[in-house]
Write a protein that binds this ligand. Sequence first.
Ligand code: 13P
Ligand code: SF4
Length: 390
Amino acid sequence: MTTVELPLLPLGKGKDLSTERGVECPGDLPAASDPDLVARAKAAKAALGDKVFVLGHHYQRDEVIQFADVTGDSFKLARDAAARPGAEYIVFCGVHFMAESADILTSDKQKVILPDLAAGCSMADMARLSQVEDAWDTLADAGVQDQVVPITYMNSTADIKAFCGRNGGAVCTSSNADVALEWAFAQKPDAKVLFFPDQHLGRNTAVLKMGYSLDDCVVWNPFKPKGGLTDEQLRDAKMILWKGHCSVHGKFSPDVVDELRAKDPDIKILVHPECKHEVVIKADLVGSTEFIIKTIEAAPAGSSWAIGTELNLVKRLADAHPDKKIAFLDRTVCFCSTMNRIDLPHLVWALESLVEGYEVNVIDVDDETERLADIALQRMLQLPGKSSRD
Ligand code: 13P
Ligand code: SF4
């Protein structure tokens, strides 16, 4: 029995920004009310055959995910994109930073297409290259830069990944952040990590998976002089956490965990590591979207769960496992609005444009950024295995 009561947000399509960003738009976006959208997507995909490969992140809408050739978390999708050298077009149903990573990891002959260019990520936007370079200079002035290894979460722009590639660092995802931190701390004697953009993933990984204390972590505020930190704080810290966060996962609160446990003492709390530390320490399990899916698949019938991650995924898990009680870990709706930008009209538009010979919304990272970002991505892909918990 599914006991989930998930409020439904009216999912307006919003304004298509693709033409405003100077991208050729060969035809109108189909109306969301068009009853033939599913048939049109099927027909366009069939016409393109092996030329096209559609990747779908777990947070995508049902109407889109049904057309994905593979689904995954951002780590798996990065690998899947790199493993399809035969596909001329990779249509990425996810957000901008994921499509950039796919472009970096695929050959120059392949084109990566993001069906709506407005599908960004507010967290990725919280670390700008100029801010990161200022921070780097400040670390030099404080006399600690030589000890610092920069690690960026996959949820960052390509130029931030390039910064890491250029400065001896690497990329990580929510499924391998502990392995990446272990690697980073082994790079230099008395190493420190500058971790961006998600302070929560950095803190949760350092403290809960690697045994560092909260006192080993300091938060770098890019809007304060010298990050709001003294030289002494920078010298003493092991983890310098960028003050960024996910607006979706930031909504989950420890009060709701307490409330749910009071109602059902057997309930298991399963959360994504982008949640705040005070939520994660109250959870039973923490892991990437792929980990969350595998945990629910392996759970016994009749077990109850409250899941703290994006709502499209939680709804899909509840629908797929009617024998388990699956609830959302918040009182209100919590979709990722930018992930939701990719809807069926945009997917149909992107696929039909390809059929008609137009390449729309191509994500093309410039060559030098690509070269340096690829260094950081390859360091991640060569890390020894994934987290033992995934
Ligand atoms: P994962 O896919 O790595 O779990 O990340 C979740 C996320 O927020 C993607 O934007
Ligand atoms: Fe970005 Fe959060 Fe949306 Fe993921 S869920 S794409 S981190 S805003």
